[in-house]
Ligand binder design. Structure first.
Ligand code: ZN
Length: 312
């Protein structure tokens, strides 16, 4: 008789054991499979996220100045994307802080002087001091060579000093992101060595979008922002770079006639040995803008920029 026999009980025990093991194992395998799918999905999402963040966030772990959000790029994967190789160039080419330009003070005029320093810098500084106005100088490296004292005067008198490329050579600096970084790094180190200050502000020669950088400007902006540098375009211009040089009255009118429409004004002027009319126009520009109710300030890394790509 099978039921009740020793063999029956042995098989019964075996069956129970099989069920006890098999059910959880099958269940676990199925669960594991599902988790595996989720893990794969998560990994894919993380990868995509990391790739996206690599484009916009700093990821220079060796650089203490970098504001990298820790863990923004997980898994210890460096930027392998071949078109982002330039992120690893010039590892000390970083602003002291990450981008935090949110201050938007209505009624403020930011006078900016490009291309200096020059023989006119001293006169410009004297007028600004007389008028008790702080301004911003976007200097080039070539103009700064041998002009260290003027760079230090600008800083010592409370103005802001920003980068405007080393060479100001459009055809060269806008060839590629690497060419741009190479050039800007030179003016960055020059300013740092001459003044002891690390520049954060910069202005693209020709502005953030121009006919020379149409193919690379988005990458240039993204890479410079990633390094903490803030570009400033302008919304008012003395048009004093025009050839022939406009007269003093024309430069004044160019700035003032459009200022009334602006909540904030970023005024483009030039600091160059030959642009004497700009210097002659400066005092009246300040007075007329004051009469319109504007106050003056220098640009700082907190100042929300105007960019040609955006309206303000
Ligand atoms: Zn310029």
């Amino acid at each position: 008789m099978y039921f009740g026999s020793v063999r029956f009980f042995k098989n019964l025990i075996l069956l129970v054991l099989v069920i006890l093991f098999a059910v959880p194992v099958v269940f676990a395998l199925r669960l594991n499979d599902k988790l595996g799918q989720e893990e794969a999905e998560n990994a894919r999402l993380e990868q995509a996220l990391a790739a996206a963040e690599q484009r916009i966030s700093a990821e220079e772990p060796a650089d203490p100045l970098s504001s990298a959000e820790p863990g923004a790029v997980t898994g210890g994967e460096p930027a392998e994307s071949p078109d982002l190789y330039y992120q690893s160039l010039y590892p000390d080419f970083y602003a002291p802080e990450s981008y935090h330009a949110t201050e938007r003070t209505v009624g403020t005029i930011y006078l900016t002087f490009d291309d200096g320093p020059s023989e006119n810098t001293d006169r410009i500084l004297a007028i600004l001091a007389e008028q008790n106005v702080k301004a911003t100088f976007f200097v080039t490296g070539e103009s700064s060579e041998g002009n260290g004292q003027r760079l230090r005067d600008i800083v010592a008198q409370g103005h802001s000093l920003g980068m405007h490329s080393y060479s100001h050579n459009y055809g060269q600096i806008y060839q590629s992101v690497e060419a741009f970084l190479d050039d800007m790094y030179q003016v960055f180190t020059l300013i740092r060595e001459e003044t002891g200050e690390t520049p954060t502000l910069f202005r693209f020669p020709g502005g953030s979008i121009n006919s020379y950088n149409a193919g690379v400007y988005q990458e240039l902006v993204a890479e410079m922002l990633r390094r903490g540098f803030v570009p400033y375009d302008w919304n008012l211009s003395g048009e004093d770079a025009a050839i022939p040089q406009p007269g003093t009255a024309q430069i004044i009118q160019n700035v003032v006639e459009n200022a009334g429409r602006m909540e904030r004004g970023f005024v483009l002027l030039h600091d160059s040995a030959y642009k004497v009319n700009t210097v002659n126009a400066l005092e009246t520009i300040i007075q007329q803008l004051r009469d319109m109710g504007f106050e003056f300030d220098r640009i700082t890394p907190e100042t929300k920029p105007v960019w040609f790509v955006y309206t303000d």
